[in-house]
Ligand binder design. Sequence first.
Ligand code: SAM
Length: 447
Amino acid sequence: MLPVEFLDMMQQQLGQQAPLLFRALEDEPVVSIRLNDKIDELSFDADADEVPWHYDGYYLSERPMFTLDPLFHAGCYYVQEASSMLIQLALEQYVPEQSVVLDLCAAPGGKATLISQYLGQDGLLVANEVVRQRVFVLSENIQKWGNGNTVVTHNSPALFADALPNMFDCILVDAPCSGEGMFRKDEQAVADWSMRTVRTCVERQRSILSDVWDALKPGGIIIYSTCTFNRHEDEENAMWIAEELGADILPLRLDPAWGVTESLAGYHCYPHLVRGEGFYLCVLRKHRADYTPMKLRVPRKPAGTPIAPDTLETVRSWLHHPDDWALRQADRFITAYPMQYKELIDYMATKFLCISTGFGLAEERGKFFAPQHSLSMSKALRQEAFPALELNLENALAFLRTEALPMTNMPLGLLMVTYHGIPLGFVKNVGARCNNLYPNEWRIRKL
Ligand code: SAM
């Protein structure tokens, strides 16, 4: 049962359309995925219509057991609801690929993986999550996506304004909200909803926006989005950004056939009109002004341990374009991150709690360095650097459950295991069996 105050509010907001929305909220949620460019085509048999506003987005006619698909664990696609893929249009229309973007409220990483894909190797994404329990799943999803162009941080919004003033070309604030757009997916969202929650959300959203505001360059783009319908958290906040913080609301070019509703400020996806869940977004440009770009003060002696020359030679041989990556060793771990943004990332490492920068390349094990799991997920991996053991479905799932694999007549030592040619991780072939090196915390716990 939907809350009465919600029904009254939407009746006022939508008039004759309101009953259509209420009916749509009783329907089954739409299932959609967005493909990673790690794979060329979809592996599902299900009838898969394209999401019209994202060339990698597909609707599925039913919800498969994603856990049973090894390619899901290899980051070949992200299960993302279609409406939120509209972020792609805001990027295409206003944010060049060579940009530094902050996704401030990023977990679990649907929009962060989309932005990471959009920026490719030209841009840098900082994906932040302030809630501790959620930041590790964000980092896992970013590593599985495999672009290496992302720094995952766990900090409060105000630190970005303090430590990186005028730094970002674009900031996405996909704000915590009252979640009306999730009503048909999540019963708890209905149970938690009240007008009081809406008011609390408005206050929190404004405080997040004002805390981070100084980190956005003058002339930079802010994308404000929620998965709720009410105008208090949506239009009124977008207009508050424009008037109080100083920005212009920008139009988006959309095909009318998609059913997206343009409002006073920004755009709504209502599930009775759009094939997707509830979503709102507004794109704004911060007023232009003169400013002095910040000078990054990076310590002359970089943190970490110097990498021994023979180790360096080995780990660089695992990469396609080793010169594109700066390498840093801290403790037993060597990390690779984009050379183009080395200074900024080195600076961030001194000021922010960075959960991951780029991708984990190698880890000291006894006298040698072994590859880290995230190398197997990375698009920078030179696959030929490791002998590959192709697994069938049964063994691939056993590998993902961190079970030992049966004996193989492959060479002894480190092997990369693949499924349909896509890397899943590493095993160590000790002759009688293959020891499993899949990260324990990512393993499939139950089938
Ligand atoms: N962008 C994510 C995605 O596409 O997968 C979804 C983000 S969700 C709508 C909002 C996020 O904001 C949550 O991960 C939540 O933990 C985080 N959050 C909650 N309170 C916050 C605060 N005060 N400041 C910043 N982020 C907050």
